[in-house]
Design a protein. Structure first.
Length: 317
């Protein structure tokens, strides 16, 4: 039987984190997430950790992790423990997947995106634009083979988590309020490890949050749809569930989420005035008003004022 570390409870102290992917430098949207999570940790006298989520190596850019660290430090957003890199902790995810297989709730899948789309189309199901396809259960067997690392046949397939019927997960978001998602209807059996051997965000983030004792997760609203499946994994693996707070997204002129995929510009942090200007823009998006705006204001002074002004009940723009 494998043992898994449970995270600290909020009574043991607030532990938050910022977890960027090194697919490029920070842009305005990622700075909003970084600043919001940092302010929430500081306002609650908690710790703020930095995790580089670099498992998806084909998308990672060489040196982007170091640039992200430099940008955060230039903005005064310091972390309280040594940064971690997901790529250095593959063994954690292997053990978690093995544990789930021991529970006989995983199965191998050879479906491509096209075959899933074809199966859904044959059933008359339509996937809205920019939404993930609900897995139709094409490869789900009655008896599930055992996953074992190093088995060539089983390593060349994706591994999915088999959901129990009619699984609805409810949770309270600290800003958005009560949330509910039926995983069978909105997600389906989801992937834990891809065919190329890369562990998915869903599994890795749950394992890492538990390993690091994270009690509060403050992140962008684009990740809200992932929360229910992550809570489901936490429960299966015997982890505690952190508190969640999802921040409003920064949108471009076309109404699309500001991201590296939409060619979002990197924030400017070459000097203190540039960094402070970027912080002010992020704070305005988070609903913070009447913060120091004089040129003589230092970043440390501004962050102190922003921390004092931070309030989860603020109506975001």
């Amino acid at each position: 039987m494998l043992n898994f570390k449970n995270p600290s409870s909020p009574a043991d102290g607030y532990r938050g984190r910022f977890a960027p992917s090194p697919t490029g430098p920070l842009h305005g949207g990622s700075l909003v997430a970084a600043l919001g999570s940092w302010l929430d940790a500081r306002k609650n006298q908690g710790k703020w950790l930095l995790r580089i989520e670099d498992l998806d190596t084909p998308r990672c850019i060489l040196g982007a992790d170091q640039e992200i660290l430099r940008q955060l430090l230039a903005c005064g957003l310091t972390w309280d423990e040594e940064p971690t890199w997901q790529s250095r902790h593959q063994e954690r995810y292997k053990k978690a997947l093995e544990r789930l297989n021991e529970l006989q709730i995983t199965f191998p899948c050879t479906c491509s995106r096209q075959s899933i789309a074809n199966a859904l189309e044959a059933r008359g199901a339509v996937t809205p634009r920019n939404q993930e396809m609900v897995y139709p259960g094409v490869c789900r067997p009655h008896e599930r083979p055992k996953y074992k690392e190093g088995n060539a046949t089983l390593d060349e397939v994706a591994w999915r988590l088999a959901l129990p019927p009619d699984l609805t997960i409810e949770f309270e978001d600290l800003i958005l309020g009560q949330q509910s998602q039926n995983l069978n209807e909105e997600v389906g059996d989801f992937v834990l490890r891809r065919r190329n051997g890369v562990f998915t965000y869903q599994l890795a983030v749950v394992v890492d949050d538990a390993e690091q004792g994270i009690t509060h997760i403050v992140r962008g609203a684009d990740l809200l749809n992932n929360t229910a499946r992550q809570i489901h994994l936490q429960r299966i693996l015997g982890y505690g569930t952190p508190s969640y707070l999802h921040l409003p997204l920064v949108l471009d002129e076309h109404g699309e989420k500001l991201s590296k995929q939409t060619l979002a510009s990197a924030i400017h942090t070459e000097n203190e005035q540039q960094a402070l200007q970027e912080l002010r823009k992020a704070a305005r998006h988070l609903g913070l008003r009447n913060l120091p705006d004089g040129r003589a204001t230092s970043i440390a002074e501004w962050l102190l004022a922003a921390t004092q002004a931070w309030d989860r009940k603020i109506t975001f723009s």
